[in-house]
Design a protein around this ligand. Structure first.
Ligand code: SPD
Length: 349
């Protein structure tokens, strides 16, 4: 409680005792700051503030950019019965429940194509998921009956090449891929042409602008992966819902706790229910992001208590699936530029 109060006194309100416990649990098994963020499911600035408070109180020390529990830190863990972070996820499917190797031909083709993908850029908060993640997303969609015969829109998440992967997989009735980044749309269009992929189109579109009639109520399924601010949630997810034709339509998106707190998740979830959606799936840590080249320029790098950049995968997100119930709401207002990518919880843009 002392650590919690200390962090709250520094202006961080969306935090509770469990967050401090999870940082301590992570510290019992790792000395790497980025793994601590991952294991404690916290926004980087919040994990950093907790570590700084633990440092001030002598519960941890930093040596060569590694964060170590002190004797006092170990004693506190024992006194408060803080267990170690544990991961019992299935090694085959990496906890997704969908092994990417269920369709090895598809996986190999996708990996061959993705190797020439454009590099992620900071301007659009890009950071691509691993090929195993993208392939598992497609298999998961097919497993839920959201590909065959469906009209699908993939919105503003093409750094992951999920649209291109669905196009390669096939079976859909119509596929539209939209993204703000011309490089990604050009990349997709080149492959669509070269491989002769049918009933698929890729177009440049900025999701902050309202949709025209050609998008509204025209699809059975939407897929996206927004930044975690509330403005971005409205631009990507509420607008995704507005593309859905009818009750029973489905939406897929990633939400992370590395750029957003569990308190923000509650706000997102309430909004989803208000709009008329039901959450059918939340698969924690389904999406594994490869480290992006602009890390040194980010707020995350600046607030971290160590200089060491992440080496391994640490940024993961949960994969959500929703279905729309009778009477769901379609909203399509313009979204302001303010706080689109970064706010007090987000730091990796
Ligand atoms: N800027 C780092 C990469 C972020 C990728 N987007 C993740 C969105 C999760 N909803």
């Amino acid at each position: 409680m002392e650590i919690l109060k200390d962090v709250q006194a520094k202006g961080i309100q969306n935090i509770y005792r469990r967050n401090v416990e999870r940082v301590l649990a992570a510290l019992k098994v790792t000395t790497d700051f980025w793994k601590i963020v991952d294991y404690s499911d916290l926004p980087v600035p919040y994990a950093s503030a907790i570590i700084n408070s633990l440092l001030e109180k002598g519960l941890v020390r930093i040596e060569n950019d590694e964060i170590l529990l002190t004797e006092k830190g170990w004693q506190v863990c024992e006194e408060y019965q803080i267990g170690s972070y544990k991961d019992f996820s299935c090694e085959a499917c990496q906890g997704r429940g969908v092994p990417f190797f269920k369709n090895t031909e598809f996986y190999r083709t996708f990996v061959g194509i993705a190797k020439d993908r454009p590099e992620p850029v900071q301007q659009f908060d890009q950071g691509a998921v691993t090929p195993e993640t993208t392939v598992s997303r497609v298999l998961h969609m097919d497993m839920r009956g959201d590909i065959e015969g469906k009209e699908i829109i993939v919105m503003g998440a093409e750094d992951d090449l999920t649209g291109l992967a669905i196009a390669l997989y096939g079976g859909y009735k119509r596929l539209l891929i939209i993204d703000i980044d011309e490089r990604l749309i050009e990349f997709d269009n080149k492959l669509i042409k070269e491989l002769g992929l049918k009933n698929v189109e890729a177009k440049v579109h900025d999701l902050r602008n309202p949709y025209s009639e050609e998008f509204l109520g025209k699809f059975d399924v939407f897929v996206t992966d927004p930044p975690e601010t509330f403005a971005a949630f409205k631009a990507f997810i509420a607008r995704g819902i507005a593309t859905i034709k009818d009750q029973g339509g489905a939406g897929y998106f990633g939400l992370t706790l590395r750029d957003s707190s569990i308190f923000r998740w509650q706000k997102f979830q309430k909004e989803l229910l208000r709009i008329g959606a039901v959450i059918t799936d939340i698969i924690q840590d389904f999406n594994n992001y490869m480290n992006w080249g602009y890390h040194e320029e980010t707020k995350a790098a600046k607030v971290a208590p160590v200089k060491k950049a992440p080496r391994d995968i640490w940024y993961r997100s949960a994969w959500y699936r929703i279905e729309l119930l009778p009477g769901f709401e379609r909203t399509n207002e313009p979204i302001s530029d303010e706080v689109f990518y970064l706010d007090e919880e987000g730091s990796t843009t």
